[in-house]
Design a protein around this ligand. Structure first.
Ligand SMILES: [Ca+2]
Ligand SMILES: [Ca+2]
Ligand SMILES: [Ca+2]
Length: 228
């Protein structure tokens, strides 16, 4: 049994040893509920997503991530793009959670920042810590979307978040704040431009195949021990 425990420990170390960067696969979709976001697969700590806004049409890119430490969670495009970005966080059911257009920290410029260092959560004007401790961001899976200003998520034909005020992270405050995202509108056709979203307190979604492989390895080990 001790050997088995050591093996499990070893496997979990291998699986969780390395923080990782996710690179957009193709063009990540615009989240409109269901499975319309790219799964960020991996474990050990998600530090960055690298992607691209594509020329020719307005582009929002959506990713499923895991928030592991809500109190210290942060996502920011500061230092990762020259574009005027926006960040939107959704629950898996499409309901808006929090959004920022232009970050609240001095020097953020037109780049975006949500989370611990994103300033008070508006319009409630609560500290990040109080807002999280009030049960607004339980650890788990979320969808994060990045877009170029002014490509915005909509519900039933109207905005989930108002366009302003800027330099604040805000919970949904638009005319359809209480409905799940079902479309995106507006935004520039733009040129190909790369972005990075930097994270803390986040991780990827464990890969089903990896989980199965580890499970199969353990099953084989257990069977071998039973034969002895
Ligand atoms: Ca893209
Ligand atoms: Ca896209
Ligand atoms: Ca912006």
């Amino acid at each position: 049994m001790r050997k088995l425990v050591m093996t499990i420990f070893g496997l979990s170390l291998i699986a969780g040893a390395n923080a990782f960067v996710w690179v957009e696969q193709g063009d990540a979709p615009e989240f409109v509920g269901g499975n319309t976001a790219q799964l960020v697969i991996g474990s050990g700590g998600l530090t960055e997503i690298q992607g691209m806004f594509h020329s020719g049409a307005p582009d929002a890119d959506s990713y499923v991530i895991q928030i592991t430490e809500p109190l210290r969670f942060e996502a920011t495009t500061v230092g990762g793009s020259t574009a005027d970005t926006q960040l939107f966080l959704f629950r898996l059911d499409g309901m808006g959670v929090i959004h920022d257009d232009d970050g609240a920290m001095s020097g953020d410029g037109l780049r975006s920042r949500i989370g611990l260092n994103g300033g008070p959560v508006m319009p409630a004007n609560m500290s990040w810590q109080d807002w999280v401790n009030n049960g607004n961001l339980p650890a788990g899976l979320y969808v994060i979307s990045v877009s170029e200003y002014n490509r915005d998520p909509q519900a039933a034909g109207d905005l989930i978040w108002n366009n302003g005020p800027f330099n604040q992270q805000r919970t949904p405050d638009g005319p359809n704040a209480g409905s799940p995202v079902d479309a995106w509108g507006g935004g520039p056709n733009g040129t190909d431009i790369t972005y990075s979203i930097f994270f803390q307190g986040a991780d990827g979604v464990p890969e089903p195949a990896t989980m199965l492989a580890i499970g199969a390895g353990l099953a084989a080990l257990a069977a071998r021990r039973r034969r002895k």
